[in-house]
Design a protein around this ligand. Structure first.
Ligand code: RTP
Ligand code: MG
Length: 145
């Protein structure tokens, strides 16, 4: 690659345990692909306390941290690396607002909702929020990438 062709942008997406449990993995992957992003890696995994501690380090000490980690350990997650121009912001736009009750129709969280009665944490997906976070998180979930 020369200076006019920047490295392709990558993001780490997780379909959280609620999304896997509700059978929404395929629908979420479909939306990523339909937008034109490339799926570089897709793997059903069981999170570990170690990976989650690193993944959510920025939230340690917040009131929702312990329940969030417990929720993320409640079942398998689908870990995804997606690639494409602007994919980091683009996937967060596809995902919608953090709270599914506030997320707009047309977004993953807005259209597919959550496990009603449960918490904001049951919001179906995670998406990296910056290039630095994306590379750090891809290294955690896919050490070989
Ligand atoms: P994510 O990291 O999962 O893509 O979501 P996000 O950037 O929109 O949200 P963030 O602020 O990074 O929070 C990470 C996850 O923590 C849970 N959360 N619960 N008030 C609450 O109960 C609360 N706030 C955040 C959500 O699962 C959120 O996705
Ligand atoms: Mg976040």
């Amino acid at each position: 690659t020369d200076s006019t062709t920047p490295a392709p942008e990558r993001t780490l997406v997780l379909v959280k345990p609620d999304g896997v449990r509700r059978g929404l993995s395929g629908e979420i992957l479909r939306r990523i692909e339909a937008k034109g992003y490339t799926l570089t890696a897709v793997e059903l995994k069981n999170a570990t306390p170690e990976v989650l501690a690193a993944h959510y380090a920025e939230h340690e000490g917040k009131p929702f941290y312990a329940p969030l980690v417990e929720f993320m350990l409640s079942g398998p997650v689908l870990a995804v690396v997606a690639e494409g121009q602007g994919v980091i912001a683009g996937f967060r736009s596809l995902a919608g607002a953090t709270d599914p009750t506030a997320a707009l129709p047309g977004t993953i969280r807005g259209d597919l909702g959550r496990d009603w009665g449960l918490k904001v944490q049951q919001n179906l997906v995670h998406g990296s929020d910056s290039v630095e976070s994306a590379e750090r998180e891809i290294g955690l979930w896919f050490p070989a990438l």
